[in-house]
Design a protein around this ligand. Structure first.
Ligand SMILES: [Fe+2]
Length: 266
């Protein structure tokens, strides 16, 4: 039995153009049209963070989050979402409803939960932390402990979703400013159970990247709206509004984790 999901990320939905020229609202509309037109099995769609652009600002009223969520929740598939550094987390329960699974911790201020699809356990992490470390993330001790218990007390294969990459990606500005600050701790835990961990899927870096370390697969999908350089010597998040939106079509199963990068040309 296999599970298929579609990973999208970093829509940065905004009523106004962002980065000078990008119509992220239109790109998100086109993405949802594209998803509706796909003729392949999809068990769920997961968005790995930054639904909106600037939702973390104090003056954000949450209506952007409501509008973009409406687009995704209207899709004919179960929808899951990970909190990103641009998201207005406080309004998520109002617009998302209840989390579609079991809470990962008792902390109500974290959007972290797990669910089972067929025989695959999926874990949605919330590593959004204080503004002091933004745009880096930090996974709280409660979530680390909950993941450890899931790995020790359940038997299903496990797939995790995060906004932040846990490990360095050989790019100066990303490694200095975009990682989960305690991602190595998460990795050391997952690597002990690498035979059961299907992968960790993340966003935030706005381009497709894949890393395998100690038997654990980490993979991102690109942004729907704008992109960043990721070369070893790139020193800044210079916006590249390439005429392309990305998605990952992923199959989980005993034949391995298969990722097919998809794109929509503009
Ligand atoms: Fe982003």
């Amino acid at each position: 039995m296999s599970v298929h999901f579609l990973q999208v990320s970093d829509t940065h939905w905004s009523r106004n153009r962002i980065a000078g020229e990008v119509d992220s609202k239109e790109r998100t509309e086109r993405l949802c049209e594209w998803i509706r037109g796909l003729d392949m099995p999809i068990d769920f769609v997961v968005h790995t963070g930054d639904l909106v652009h600037g939702g973390q600002r104090a003056d954000d009223d949450g209506t952007s989050t409501a509008e973009v969520l409406q687009r995704f929740l209207e899709l004919p598939y179960p929808f899951h979402a990970v909190v990103g550094n641009h998201d207005h987390r406080d309004v998520w329960p109002k617009w998302m409803g209840m989390r579609s699974g079991q809470p990962l911790t008792h902390r109500s201020d974290r959007w972290a939960y797990h669910f089972v699809c067929e025989n695959e356990r999926c874990v949605v992490l919330d590593a959004r932390d204080s503004v002091d470390i933004d745009p880096r993330g930090c996974i709280c001790d409660e979530q680390l402990q909950a993941i450890r218990l899931l790995l020790e007390q359940t038997t299903e294969p496990i797939t995790l979703f995060s906004h932040y990459p846990p490990l360095p990606l050989d790019c100066e500005w990303i490694d200095q400013s975009m990682l989960m600050v305690n991602g190595v701790e998460l990795h050391e835990l997952l690597s002990r159970f690498s035979d059961r961990v299907r992968g960790v899927f993340f966003g935030h870096v706005h381009r497709p990247v894949a890393l395998q370390r100690d038997g654990v697969l980490y993979a991102s999908t690109g942004s729907v709206s704008l992109h960043f350089p990721n070369g070893p010597q790139d020193r800044a998040a210079q916006v590249q509004s390439d005429a392309i939106s990305f998605a990952n079509y992923v199959r989980l199963g005993d034949e391995g984790t298969l990722i097919k990068t998809q794109w929509i040309a503009w």
